[in-house]
Write a protein that binds this ligand. Structure first.
Ligand code: HEC
Ligand code: HEC
Ligand code: HEC
Ligand code: HEC
Length: 260
């Protein structure tokens, strides 16, 4: 009897635990959802090298760079497991990029999308919506810190490192295969300096431009360059998406309008 009870109890515990982790784990959504509300960042991001990163896995793209890195410029690397992860959004993660996705869906996951830097968005984007409503109705800001538990990233350096510092012999302690073939040994332009990359990358079009925030979120933590970037920020365009949209699939139609 005791044994049965123990078994019952531990399986109950297991169910509770797995249910908990299921509820707490954010999944990927693709850039369309974010872009519906953050149209200006989306339009700016679409012009960046990050948005275009998947293209360069195709044959004959960036042939010189590939040769220098001892890759075959004629080869199609778009389904090579050693490459894809750093050139798409949410590879091998829940609801992230997968080759089995439809072409229409994949369009929102190819390239280094919003969620590769800001974190998988299925949970925190709902908080963005409710905080936005509260702000509209009451002018009251919401605390920023609960966003972290929902998977939003506010310190970006480690996110960048996952791709930019992940090479053989890297000083970054978490480096592991598959590595990027483009190391500072091949060309020193591949050396990664977070602060420089975030601030000066407007020039080489890697990062999106910055737009004014109304202050819907408040309190610590604040991302590192917030104040500095907000000083020069432009006014954002009005959101495309109705911020009141509750549905998860309801905004799927009209999928063709914001393509490359
Ligand atoms: C329903 C609309 C909506 C969606 C969808 C949405 N956001 Fe937001 N987001 C907002 C609003 C509103 C704010 C507050 C803006 C302000 O303060 O002016 C915000 C704030 C932010 C901020 C700034 C947070 C801070 O520290 O103040 C970031 C970064 C952000 N969103 C990224 C994203 C990303 C990435 C996605 C997709 C996963 C996303 N958002 C989806 C409406 C949305
Ligand atoms: C660990 C992440 C990672 C992996 C794995 C990876 N890449 Fe990349 N790739 C990057 C990063 C980061 C850059 C940008 C480097 C820079 O310009 O500083 C890049 C840049 C590139 C470029 C452009 C180079 C240039 O000079 O313009 C090509 C082409 C490319 N990768 C192809 C590949 C191929 C093919 C593979 C597989 C054999 C691969 N990548 C695997 C992260 C990765
Ligand atoms: C998922 C992997 C990934 C993440 C995360 C990532 N990058 Fe990149 N980054 C790339 C790839 C791949 C390229 C090359 C795109 C291309 O040219 O095809 C690139 C290109 C760049 C470039 C342009 C380099 C050049 O040679 O012109 C800069 C700058 C850059 N990234 C900065 C950052 C910063 C800053 C972060 C973090 C806030 C970041 N990246 C996060 C993969 C990533
Ligand atoms: C390569 C990494 C990267 C990608 C991809 C990226 N962002 Fe950002 N984003 C940043 C960084 C870095 C900041 C500013 C950090 C700081 O203030 O220190 C930022 C800031 C923001 C902000 C705050 C307001 C502003 O304009 O500065 C919003 C909103 C935002 N991003 C939305 C998006 C959306 C939507 C996408 C996709 C369409 C996206 N981001 C793609 C790195 C990225």
């Amino acid at each position: 009897m005791k044994k049965i009870l123990t078994v019952l109890f531990s399986s109950l515990l297991l169910i509770l635990l797995s249910d908990y982790s299921f509820a707490a784990k954010a999944s990927y959504e693709g850039y369309k959802k974010c872009g519906g509300c953050h149209k200006s960042q989306k339009d700016s991001w679409l012009e960046t090298k990050h948005a275009n990163a998947f293209e360069n896995l195709k044959p004959n793209k960036e042939a010189e760079a590939k040769k220098k890195a001892k890759l075959d410029p004629k080869k199609d690397y778009t389904s090579d497991e050693k490459c894809v992860g750093c050139h798409v959004t949410g590879y091998k993660q829940t609801k992230g990029y997968s080759e089995r996705m439809s072409k229409t869906a994949a369009k929102y996951y190819t390239g280094v999308g919003c969620e590769e830097c800001h974190g998988p968005g299925s949970l925190y984007r709902k908080d963005h919506r409710s905080a936005s409503r509260k702000f509209k109705n009451t002018k009251e800001a919401s605390q920023r810190s609960p966003l972290l538990k929902k998977g939003q990233v506010l310190e970006f350096e480690e996110e960048c490192n996952r791709c930019h510092m992940n090479y053989e012999g890297s000083p970054w302690k978490n480096a592991k295969e598959p590595y990027t073939p483009f190391t500072p040994d091949i060309d020193k332009k591949y050396k990664f300096d977070y602060e420089k990359a975030v601030k000066e990358s407007g020039k080489d079009k890697a990062m999106h431009e910055h737009f004014k925030l109304r202050g819907v979120f408040t309190g610590k933590p604040v991302s590192k360059f917030r104040e500095e970037f907000q000083k020069g920020a432009k006014e954002p365009a009005e959101p495309e998406e109705d911020e009141g949209d509750e549905g998860d699939g309801g905004d799927e139609e009209g999928g063709g309008e914001d393509g490359e």
